[in-house]
Ligand binder design. Structure first.
Ligand code: PHE
Length: 362
């Protein structure tokens, strides 16, 4: 019996040295330590041996078992290490560093290179950004350039140069976030609309001017389903010789058709903005009811989209454009309103409250 054990041992050691991976090691373990292994059989049969022999065999068999167990453990470690190294060698040059906190292959024990990769979560564009790109694309196709301007603005550009002097009642149209300035410094604010960029652009360039200006604007107002203290506007400005009100109507009609569909109708009605004359408001026929009146259009059949008008001669004079030579039109539209109408979103606050359940829908 003792000879038998020695034989098992030498065979096992032999095989052990030629193992090349963890799967073979597992087969080895089953062969020498498993329920049906010779060693287990011998240990089981101990009771039936005469006392003297039992003592000797038992000591030797248990020693062998312990030896096999240690060998198994040690070989497992070294084979695992070898597998890692091979895997690493195969990925040299395209190694990525995992952010801390994400479990590494080691955590899972045996590396399995056939496992599907861990998904990398993909981001998406915010619905506002998407709509902004869509609208800018339309105007770019119509020959406009896209420019951006500062959100912290001088009173001069936001009001004064746009024909809204201090104490002008039109200031009430814009509840303003003022910025604290030293006494004697010119007053500053968060722009209440994108119109100050009309002035900045004209100050720096000569006609012909054709720009659209997307950007954030701020209003000091209580928020509710239709009001946010920060939202987006897109401003448009076109100035040249012979630019007429027909150009304004044609451009905005084309825009409405491209954004809302070929069958859309538009309506222009008089409106007042100090920096345009005449001023208008443009509406499209309600896409929900086609004009017969519903909840979306509050029963009127029309949905107001933007404010516009012919640039006021006094505004042109401010930037040293001769109003006898140059004329222009301008428009400004609130951006969030458009996806709200198109997708039936009933609360503007959803846009900026960072709820992924909302944002992931777009
Ligand atoms: N700036 C105006 C607003 O915020 C919109 C507008 C822009 C109107 C340009 C006319 C021309 O209400």
């Amino acid at each position: 019996m003792l000879e038998k054990l020695a034989e098992i041992k030498s065979k096992a050691i032999d095989e052990l040295s030629s193992l090349s991976d963890l799967r073979e090691l597992e087969a080895w373990r089953v062969r020498y330590l498993g329920k049906k292994s010779e060693l287990t059989q011998i240990l089981r049969g101990l009771a039936s041996l005469p006392l003297e022999e039992r003592k000797a065999v038992s000591a030797s068999a248990n020693e062998l078992k312990a030896f096999f167990e240690t060998s198994h453990r040690e070989n497992k470690e070294s084979l695992k290490e070898r597998a890692y190294q091979e895997m690493e060698a195969a990925t040299v040059g395209r190694q990525i560093t995992l952010p801390t906190g994400i479990p590494s292959a080691e955590t899972f024990g045996i590396p399995d290179v056939t496992l599907p990769g861990r998904p990398i979560p993909l981001g998406r564009l915010h619905p506002t950004t998407q709509m902004l790109c869509r609208i800018c694309d339309i105007f770019v196709a119509l020959g406009f350039q896209v420019v951006e301007g500062p959100e912290v603005e001088w009173d001069y550009y936001n009001f004064e140069a746009l024909n809204i002097p201090p104490d002008h009642p039109a200031r009430d149209m814009f509840a303003t976030f003022w910025i604290e300035t030293e006494s004697g410094q010119r007053p500053m604010l968060l722009r209440t609309h994108t119109s100050p960029m009309q002035i900045r652009v004209m100050e720096r360039t000569q006609p012909p001017v054709r720009v659209v200006v997307p950007g954030k604007v701020y209003r000091y107002e209580a928020t509710d389903a239709t009001h946010e203290s920060m939202f987006y506007q897109i401003e448009g400005l076109a100035v040249d010789e012979h630019t007429t009100f027909s150009d304004l109507k044609g451009t905005l009609y084309e825009f409405a058709k491209r954004l809302f569909g070929e069958e859309r109708r538009v309506r222009f009605r008089c409106d007042y903005f100090p920096f345009v004359e005449p001023g208008v408001e443009m509406a499209i026929d309600c896409m929900a009811c086609g004009g017969s009146g519903c909840r979306l259009c509050s029963g009127t059949g029309w949905i107001e989209i933007l404010g516009a008008g012919m640039v006021h001669p006094d505004v042109l004079r401010r930037v040293n454009y001769d109003p006898e030579v140059y004329t222009g039109f301008a428009f400004g539209l609130g951006l969030e309103r458009i996806p709200m109408l198109l997708y039936g979103i009933d609360d503007i606050r959803l846009f900026y409250s960072n709820d992924l359940r909302f944002l992931r829908q777009f």
